[in-house]
Ligand binder design. Sequence first.
Ligand SMILES: CC(C)(COP(=O)(O)OP(=O)(O)OC[C@H]1O[C@@H](n2cnc3c(N)ncnc32)[C@H](O)[C@@H]1OP(=O)(O)O)[C@@H](O)C(=O)NCCC(=O)NCCS
Length: 144
Amino acid sequence: MSVIERVIVRFAGPEVLEWCVVEDVQVTEQVIRHKIINDEIIIAELDGQPIGYLRIEYLWSNIPYIGVIFVVDDYRDEGVGSKILIFLEDYLRSRGYDVLYSSSQVNEPEAQAWHRSVGFVESGIISGINEGGIGEVFFRKSLT
Ligand SMILES: CC(C)(COP(=O)(O)OP(=O)(O)OC[C@H]1O[C@@H](n2cnc3c(N)ncnc32)[C@H](O)[C@@H]1OP(=O)(O)O)[C@@H](O)C(=O)NCCC(=O)NCCS
């Protein structure tokens, strides 16, 4: 069986809290605990070991937005990111959402290229919002 066939994508539970806290340095453990309870963290697992992560946010509490998505270095370019994204999109559709937002720093061309290759289109920039005055470019993807 190929790696991607063996990868399981699911919502994170308390058993992976520690891994999430180590890997997602942008938020506190308290935030991650809260988000796990609310089905706002998705992981990809290979043989029981997490290898991919996605944190969901909701703009104004009702517009879904990818806070962060990553796949562990050794497992990139094998379809794991897409499998996580498909899981999220199916979940959001089942909850009645028709659009998904995401973003990346303006100085990260690879992350922007990934967004475009998986169907996001650019939807604006917030200048200077990151450390060092770096801007953030936003993307949207229709779920219909
Ligand atoms: C971006 C990321 C999550 C993609 O996950 P992945 O498992 O490597 O991606 P996949 O193998 O599922 O590839 C999905 C598609 O994206 C494309 N892709 C992947 N990385 C890409 C990149 N850096 N630039 C352009 N396209 C890319 C693949 O070619 C593939 O396209 P295809 O379906 O037309 O063949 C992963 O590379 C990563 O963790 N990057 C570092 C963190 C990051 O930049 N996150 C995104 C911004 S928050």
